[in-house]
Design a protein around this ligand. Sequence first.
Ligand code: GLV
Length: 382
Amino acid sequence: MLTIADLKQRARRRVPKMFFDYADSGAWTESTYRANEADFAAIKLRQRVLVDMTNRSLESTMIGQTVAMPVALAPTGLTGMQHADGEMLAAQAAEEFGVPFTLSTMSICSIEDVASVTTKPFWFQLYVMKDRDFVANLIDRAKAANCSALMLTADLQILGQRHKDLRNGLSAPPKFTPKHIWQMATRPAWCMGMLGTSRRTFRNIAGHAKGVTDLSSLSAWTAEQFDPQLSWKDVEWIKERWGGKLIIKGILDAEDARMAAATGADAIIVSNHGGRQLDGAPSSISVLPEIVDAVGDRIEVHFDGGIRSGQDVLKALCLGAKGTYIGRPFLYGLGAGGKAGVRLALDIIRKELDVTLALCGKRNIADAGPDLLYKAPGKAAP
Ligand code: GLV
């Protein structure tokens, strides 16, 4: 397996359809999901020749933390349904590789589960529910687990509709209807893994939140519990309660970027939630330059959405991102081969990033800039 696309194919064969589709879906027509990838493909690189290519380095920092390459694992829901104990395995792979792992609030393995199998701090992504005691408690649990950044997701107070999930009857754990039994029975290795773990529900929530009725349907649960009134004012108390590095995820507009910078957060992530929220919104990469122009001097700008190769990582860095995130690429690796699959996804991205940087005539990732692009969008060729 040489590419993220290879891992995706393998994952499709190993993961029950409803969970594979959950990862591989966008909202409504999926036009934004597709644009995220297509707009990367349209950006061309500038080939440079006969430059010294020895001693190359991809090491960088994100929010002041050293990273082996500026590519973190994005928070993704239900990761422990792609593979048994998925979040724990992905966190270990990220730790060994030297990049941050971000645990989603909507994970299968809990904050404490992940902390129990890692030695370095990971990051925790926060969704804000109406039950503020529960949210405060989640923040405190992340602190107690020594998480080194809190990532507040700003673009999911209500869930975008993903047709595949509704048609598949997505739930965690899966229901035992003939359709779902068939989906699982045709994925025996996945079933064996799941039989070998007790982690099959949303363990950050189950047993912690009050009045939880049926957690199994993500769409019903988010509609019932997530706080649709969440506003910029709430960032203040969250920041204060947390008291550490804060990243605001889901910024797609320069005006919102300015508001985010004004909160005193440490970083924003330019993101449309992988095309899973507002279908019809622009691709992340197409708005990155204007957001960097608006706030890049005040706050670290990170990026996610559509990265499927190390070349995409380089393009995002050249357009001003200080760090990037991969969601689906690591989920495909996880589904394809557990921890080794996540490691392989990271290795693939690293190799592509390293070779591309060299063929663009640079040796240090800090030199990634618009001059590596053949006509940066909106600019004349260098
Ligand atoms: C959760 O964050 C999702 O996009 O499903």
